[in-house]
Design a protein around this ligand. Structure first.
Ligand SMILES: NC(=O)c1ccc[n+]([C@@H]2O[C@H](COP(=O)([O-])OP(=O)(O)OC[C@H]3O[C@@H](n4cnc5c(N)ncnc54)[C@H](OP(=O)(O)O)[C@@H]3O)[C@@H](O)[C@H]2O)c1
Length: 334
């Protein structure tokens, strides 16, 4: 059974290009032609990060804004480290309608926001800022909701199961928070540096009671893999940098992969390349696979709902725009 939501493309299939189209360049031209003119009254929404050059968010959000008929434009604004406070103050002054925050600013944004959702306060990380009527920014985190969407729509009961998270960085915390909502019996986190692993266990221990650390060495790692119904890669291993023609590496070696349960779900937060080497190898071993594109789309949709106050946003349009942009950026695209 697929873990992909109904109507969504298979997470491990190659990017789907616009149905019945001529070329991606024509698609892009058509999108530009259809895009409403930016006027003096246009509202601004944006993503702040560094780097942001290859972000899929502008394509995804501008397609949704157009579909919603909103006179807003979404920009990717490169914000170097040390400049976030100044950029936020400036954008508040020009009545920016909302922001996404990406690397390396998620933790600093949580410190700078005037108000935080309980989830963002718990994680100490913000990926969405909403302007407050009384001034300043409300910060929250939609990565958790985005991550959970494909797991919840797959029809699998996670109650009483074990999950293993590979990696102990920023996104691992959000994934642990998400996994606590699934009723799992145990959440294991594997880290290669004991000090960093301990830091995550300490930060999450108060609200994730079933959390345990696993050293990244053959015996403990394989035992954890063998007992897990869900394995989530939050390391960057396997991510192709833009323009990199080489197939990427996998965070698990073949012997580790052989320890996977048949029928386990392997979820990789990475979505370039599609599929990642990890997901390719897991599929060969009879696992269900999910990549990070749906998480990206769903966290974006949740942000857009918060900025616009609209309960329903065009998720399918956002997914299609993200897939088209990804295909246009792929190294194999002429
Ligand atoms: N799909 C989405 O919407 C989405 C959202 C967020 C993030 N992501 C992706 O998730 C990945 C991680 O992001 P992040 O913000 O969590 O990064 P991060 O804070 O830098 O954390 C990366 C983690 O991976 C570990 N790691 C790196 N190389 C490793 C290796 N060779 N073996 C074992 N562990 C290794 C690091 O270990 P140490 O602590 O020992 O250095 C660290 O714990 C990125 O590829 C990012 O693009 C996707």
């Amino acid at each position: 059974m697929s873990q992909t939501p109904a109507g969504a493309p298979d997470a491990t299939s190659p990017p789907v290009v616009h149905p019945g189209d001529g070329s991606l360049a024509q698609d892009a031209q058509e999108r530009c032609r259809r895009r409403s003119t930016i006027s003096g009254a246009s509202g601004l929404v944006a993503v702040l990060g560094d780097p942001v050059r290859h972000s899929l968010s502008p394509a995804m959000h501008n397609a949704a804004l157009q579909e919603l008929g909103l006179d807003w434009v979404y920009m990717a604004l490169r914000t170097p480290p040390g400049r976030l406070a100044a950029v936020l103050a400036g954008l508040e002054s020009v009545e920016c309608r909302g922001l996404n925050i990406t690397l390396p600013h998620k933790a600093e944004a949580a410190q700078l926001a005037q108000e935080l959702s309980p989830l963002a306060a718990r994680l100490g990380a913000v990926n969405t800022l909403v302007p407050r009527a009384e001034g300043g920014w409300f910060g929250t985190n939609t990565d958790v909701e985005g991550f959970l969407a494909p797991l919840r729509s797959g029809g699998v009961s996670w109650q009483g199961q074990q999950a293993l998270v590979l990696g102990n960085g920023g996104s691992a915390r959000a994934i642990v928070a998400a996994l606590t909502e699934l009723g799992l019996a145990a959440i294991l986190v594997a880290g290669r540096r004991q000090q960093n692993l301990d830091r995550l266990l300490q930060a999450c221990g108060g609200w994730a009671p079933t959390l345990e650390g696993v050293p990244w060495s053959a015996g403990p790692l394989r035992s954890a893999l063998g007992g897990s119904a869900l394995v989530v890669n939050t390391t960057p291993v396997g991510m192709a940098s833009s323009g990199d023609p080489e197939p990427a590496a996998s965070p698990l070696n073949p012997s580790d992969l052989d320890a996977l349960q048949q029928g386990a779900t392997v979820y990789d937060l990475i979505y370039t390349p599609r599929p990642t080497a990890l997901l390719q190898q897991a599929k060969v071993r009879g696992c269900r696979t999910i990549d990070g594109l749906e998480m990206l789309v769903q966290q974006g949709a949740a942000s857009l709902q918060l900025w616009t106050g609209q309960a329903v946003v065009p998720v399918n349009v956002m997914r299609q725009a993200a897939l088209e942009q990804l295909a246009a950026q792929s190294p194999t695209h002429p």
